[in-house]
Design a protein around this ligand. Structure first.
Ligand code: NDP
Length: 433
């Protein structure tokens, strides 16, 4: 804490991992000898830079850019870029730290990193977003590469932003290194199912958890938070698998549609018109938008938080349990506060941590890297099948590790221990670096 003052989200993420890997540390004294914990908590490299840009009125703005290259024991740094006014070093480090173990859990050769900026794309024109992305990449390009560091999207960074970033990378370097960024458009090196992967993967994970308990998604009432990339495709997959997603949200309130959210309408509003969630009720008057309300007030069987960190407080957890919730699957990174996680445990609510449940996004990014490297492109069906297999493997690994350590059903322990062990073994093998 003294070494990283004020980085509260980073402290929270580190505490959560270290507490649950204690039994693994006890079994592996060689980790302590090689100071694996101390090394894993210190990023290999942290880059902070100035991002100057001009808005449509000619006003100059200065934002701050970040890239934290956290751990490359398993492969090139891999992790998204977040553009949101709340971004500062503590957020980027928490996300980068989580990313190390998430990427390890996928079983794919990718290390952990994360980046972003305190730039707020909301309300900005396409040209303003383009100028910002060009300025951001003008610095970032010297730090990334298909064998060093491969960024992708996150909050505020979707297909549009990745396109602008990739264009500027090509222009500066005069290289068509498709594998330098993932989440690209299908027309220029993107991969099928990358856009859908985090949301779909999360629902595949929920399906595996329910199956392990002799249950299924069929007829389940689902509440999702957020209405961005992860939320939209989680809702789509829920409906395809027989569940009913009745509510979702954004930072201004939540939408309730008892007939089930019309996902095509939601996509049109959010992806095409870049409108607000409240616009939905104009086309579906039976639905309601509750301005300023918390989506966790809506009773459900399954909750899928897909917005941002610490969005489920202890109070929300109590409300969810009272509303009949029996399963929580994190689509976002660290959306559940530690207190809420504890309350879910006490109430017997099954809980999947983001680093396992939302790993589908980065796994599909690794598949995009594979396709770029071999100049190949797979079909939607092939790619979705591969994603489903990966999610099923991650589930099996978390499940088995929790059993191995005498904590059956504890997916937090299973995910943290398995991810940590993989990275620790690679670090040990590679010596003191
Ligand atoms: P988007 O920018 O597409 O959507 C984010 C959604 O969350 C929006 O509806 C937004 O509402 C809401 N939101 C964001 N910040 C806040 C906040 N502070 N308070 C309330 N609502 C908020 O992002 P993604 O869907 O890509 O990411 C969502 C989460 O999933 C993040 O935690 C991200 O780290 C995680 N994730 C994403 C992956 C991906 O592949 N995209 C992969 C793995 C994890 P509004 O528009 O009003 O701001």
């Amino acid at each position: 804490v003294a070494r990283n003052p004020g980085e509260v989200e980073f402290h929270q993420a580190v505490r959560e991992v270290l507490e649950s890997v204690e039994p693994a540390l006890a079994r592996h004294p060689e980790y302590a000898e090689a100071k694996i914990v101390e090394r894993i908590c210190e990023p290999e490299r942290q880059i902070i830079f100035r991002v100057p840009w001009e808005d449509d009125r000619g006003v100059v703005h200065i934002n701050r850019g970040f890239r934290v290259e956290f751990n490359s024991a398993l492969g090139p740094y891999k992790g998204g870029l977040r553009f949101h006014p709340s971004v500062y070093l503590g957020i980027v480090k928490f996300l980068g730290f989580e990313q190390i173990f998430k990427n390890a859990l996928t079983g794919m050769p990718i290390g952990g990193g994360k980046g972003g900026s305190d730039f707020d794309p909301k309300g900005r024109s396409d040209r303003e977003v383009m100028r910002f992305c060009q300025s951001f990449m003008t610095e970032l390009h010297r730090h990334i590469g298909e064998t060093t560091d491969v960024p992708a999207g996150d909050i505020g960074v979707g297909g549009r932003e990745i396109g602008f970033l990739f264009g500027q990378y090509r222009r500066i370097t005069n290289r068509y290194d498709a594998g330098v960024l993932t989440g690209k458009g299908l027309a220029y090196g993107g991969a099928q199912v990358r856009r859908e992967a985090t949301g779909y993967g999360c629902v595949f994970f929920a399906q595996e958890m329910l199956r392990a308990a002799g249950d299924s998604l069929d007829g389940k009432r689902i509440v999702v938070s957020g209405s961005g990339n992860v939320a939209i495709y989680a809702i789509e997959k829920v409906q395809q698998l027989g569940g009913v997603a009745v509510a979702c949200s954004d930072s201004s309130g939540y939408l309730l549609d008892e007939k089930g959210i019309d996902v095509e309408l939601l996509k049109r509003i959010k992806e095409v018109e870049r409108g607000r969630l409240g616009d939905y009720v104009q086309s579906r008057p039976h639905a309601t938008f509750v301005a300023g309300g918390s989506v966790w007030e809506v009773p459900c069987d399954v909750a899928v938080p897909c917005a941002t960190q610490n969005e489920i407080s202890a109070e929300d957890a109590v409300t969810l349990v009272k509303g009949g919730c029996v399963l929580v699957v994190e689509g976002a990174n660290m959306p559940t506060t530690p207190e809420a996680v504890r309350l879910f445990g006490e109430a017997g609510v099954r809980f999947a941590p983001g680093k396992a449940a939302n790993a589908g996004g980065v796994a599909a990014s690794a598949l995009e890297m594979q396709q770029n490297a071999s100049r190949d492109s797979w079909t939607f069906l092939q790619s979705e099948q591969k994603l489903q297999e990966i999610m099923s493997d991650i589930h099996a690994r978390c499940y088995a590790t929790a059993e191995e350590y005498g904590m059956p059903g504890n997916y937090v322990a299973g995910a943290n221990i398995d991810g940590f062990r993989r990275v620790a073994e690679a670090m040990l093998a590679q010596g003191l670096i």
